[in-house]
Design a protein around this ligand. Structure first.
Ligand code: F6R
Length: 364
């Protein structure tokens, strides 16, 4: 049942801290602060390239994965949505790594992409929540997300669990490739181990998130902005809002706004920005300034370190706990999903069963 929550989605949102912790338990030794992945029939030290493919939210998790694998493990990554990857016929070096991400393990597009990669002698590593799924059977290796059953059509906890697995995979890959010494690994692992308690603190911000929801629920169009690893989180926020509240939302890399979308900005198009205090904080803030100067209403998710500077320009903000840059996209996911949820509640939509959508999309 819903355990007293209004919808399965609300219940599943509250499971973020738990599933992040459970997923870490599978891959991290807290005593040594090291990541241990199961044995896999390929060597992360020598794979020439990774090809990431998935659909929807799982694809956005993959985008964060690309950001991490390139920046931290120095592994070249190609990424596309599964329905495109399959037909692009990209040139692939034999022995590359195909990284598939899916909650259900049954998504037809992702499964078709998996099969087409397999034909090209690519190792198939899948990040899956349903362990006895078709994709699990057809993969060389599986890294499980320990999110438990996800009932709400809109994905919530499976997404942060996917990010958690990808973070561990990044650490293991970086170590294998000589990009991470023991001390640096301990620092990243400590940041991950800190997450379940920081994630639990997000729920103290419910009132602030509902305030933002009141503004968003009145809008016809909403822009979501973020940079770096926060750009896919903006995309996740925009997708979730569209999916369950039926409000049109688009995400842009904040720096790209001046190349077109800035012409949309006026008082009727709220801007939801994810701007924790990371090395991209200043750059993102100056993009937000540009939007504000054109009459944009800024609704900002930041953290305790960014709050002072954000409060000087934002119409409203939500202050989350400050965490290490590496794990900031995981933490910042929670409030953007909560925002979509609260907007849908205000709109009175069928939150758990949005129109035209099914939990697992088994047609291509
Ligand atoms: C978003 C959502 C969908 C799924 C997508 C992939 O809230 O639920 O975008 O993420 O259909 O599904 P899986 O992960 O089962 O392959």
């Amino acid at each position: 049942g819903k355990d007293g929550y209004r919808h399965f989605m609300e219940k599943e949102l509250h499971e973020h801290p738990l599933v992040i912790g459970q997923t870490l338990q599978r891959m991290v030794d807290p005593a040594s602060r090291r990541v241990f992945l199961p044995d896999m029939p390929f060597d992360l030290a020598t794979v020439p390239r990774a090809v990431i493919t998935a659909c929807g939210s799982a694809f956005y998790a993959g985008m964060v994965g690309r950001y991490w694998l390139e920046a931290i493990a120095r592994l070249p990554v190609d990424i596309d949505v599964a329905s495109e990857m399959r037909y692009r016929n990209p040139p692939l070096t034999e022995g590359s790594l195909g990284l598939l991400i899916s909650q259900s393990g049954e998504t037809a597009d992702t499964l078709a992409a998996l099969r087409s990669l397999r034909q090209k002698a690519i190792h198939i590593l899948s990040v899956l929540n349903v362990e006895h799924s078709t994709m699990a059977r057809e993969s060389d290796s599986v890294l499980g997300t320990v999110a438990g059953p996800e009932i709400s059509v809109a994905s919530t906890k499976a997404f942060t669990a996917q990010l958690t697995v990808l973070a561990c995979l990044t650490i293991a890959t970086a170590r294998a490739r000589g990009m991470l010494d023991a001390l640096a690994e301990e620092e990243l692992v400590a940041a991950l181990l800190d997450l379940p308690s920081r994630a639990a603190e997000v729920f103290t911000q419910g009132a602030a998130i509902r305030r933002l929801a009141g503004v968003v629920a009145e809008a016809r169009d909403v822009l979501y902005l973020g940079r770096g690893s926060m750009f896919p989180i903006a995309m996740e926020g925009a997708l979730k809002l569209k999916e369950i509240s039926y409000i049109h939302a688009e995400a842009y890399a904040a720096g790209e706004m001046k190349h077109g979308p800035i012409s949309l900005i006026d008082r009727t198009v709220p801007i939801v920005a994810s701007v924790p205090y990371t090395p991209l904080f200043d750059k993102t803030l100056s993009n937000l300034q540009e939007a504000k100067a054109r009459g944009g209403r800024l609704l900002v998710f930041t953290d305790t370190k960014g709050a002072d500077r954000v409060s000087a320009i934002a119409e409203d903000m939500v202050v989350l706990p400050h965490v290490h840059d590496f794990v900031a996209p995981i933490l910042q996911t929670i409030p953007v999903q909560m925002l979509a949820y609260e907007v849908a509640v205000l709109k009175g939509t069928d939150v758990d069963q949005p129109r035209n959508l099914a939990k697992s999309v088994t047609v291509e």
